[in-house]
Write a protein that binds this ligand. Structure first.
Ligand SMILES: Nc1ncnc2c1ncn2[C@@H]1O[C@H](COP(=O)(O)OP(=O)(O)OP(=O)(O)O)[C@@H](O)[C@H]1O
Length: 269
């Protein structure tokens, strides 16, 4: 997205765990309105990078900028409040709560009146705000086609539906950037197709900027505007899906994982 201001900039990020170099000097930026994917073999540093962005890990070196603001020293909850939303590799829903409550719960920090005040004083501004809030949540529920389960207990839903509810909860926070950690993991083909369509629609119709880690190459190449490839903690390629697929370094990094490449594409020996 040439010319667009970067929503996210990772500036020379390195991360070490004792002697393990999880990331070495990785820089990239995600433009407003992009779907940007990070791929790479197992242990390449993808999750480490997402954790540096969400604030779970503090990089050993380098800076993370959100819309130009240095957030490197901020804790995860501060970054979430500034607009970094995320879903997790493993589901993180409240299993005993309804779908609606799971989606509502994260949104209270968006209310001007605050969660506690909003609970105790149901008059004037608070009431109007709460109604608008509910309307928006209902819109997200409609958009992600989970109306039929809105009252169901989250823990009773199929895996694919729970992943969708998790996405709804992250979207409900109106993030400037949403981090999707393996959104298709464990899904069947139909569920993957649905999830891919929702991500594209959120991006195209709602303008959501997406940074995604995903092992399913077909999906990554289908829906990403740009892709970055990590290998042993270093960036080895970045560009459009076509350019990345044609890159000899990438092909070499994926040797032995040839099945993950797009069907019909021969992998050189
Ligand atoms: N908390 C940790 N402590 C020590 N080493 C870690 C930690 N987290 C990650 N690593 C190491 O850092 C490197 C990068 O791991 P990371 O999980 O980021 O890779 P990945 O690309 O996400 O892998 P996968 O595709 O298998 O999820 C690996 O060598 C891993 O063993």
């Amino acid at each position: 997205m040439a010319g667009d201001p970067a929503v996210l900039e990772a500036d020379r990020i390195s991360l070490r765990f004792g002697g393990v170099r999880a990331l070495t000097d990785v820089s990239f930026s995600v433009g407003r309105g992009e779907i940007f994917s990070i791929i790479g073999p197992n242990g390449a540093g993808k999750t480490s990078m997402v954790n540096c962005i969400s604030g779970r890990y503090r990089p050993t070196e380098g800076r993370i900028l959100l819309e130009g603001r240095d957030v490197t020293g901020l804790r995860p909850n501060r970054r979430a409040a500034l607009g970094i939303g995320r879903t997790f590799q493993n589901l993180a829903l409240f299993g005993h709560m309804s779908v609606l409550d799971n989606i509502m719960v994260g949104r209270h920090h968006l209310l001007r009146t605050g969660f506690l005040r909003g609970m105790v004083y149901w008059v004037g501004g608070a009431q109007t705000e709460e109604l608008a809030h509910r309307r928006e949540v209902e819109e997200i529920i409609d958009f992600l086609e989970i109306q039929h389960v809105r009252k169901a207990t989250a823990g009773t839903l199929s895996y694919g539906l729970r992943k969708r509810v998790e996405l709804a909860r992250a979207v409900a926070l109106k993030p400037r950037l949403i981090l999707l950690d393996e959104p298709m993991a464990g899904m069947n083909l139909e569920e993957k197709e649905d999830m891919a369509r929702f991500i594209v629609d959120l991006n195209e119709e709602w303008g959501m900027t997406v940074l995604m880690i995903e092992h399913d190459m077909g999906v990554v190449m289908d829906i990403s505007h740009r892709v970055m490839v990590l290998d042993f903690g270093r960036k080895i390629a970045e560009g459009t899906p076509e350019a990345v697929l044609a890159d000899p370094h990438v092909r070499r990094a994926y040797l032995g994982e040839a099945d993950d490449l797009v069907e019909g594409e021969p992998v050189p020996a």
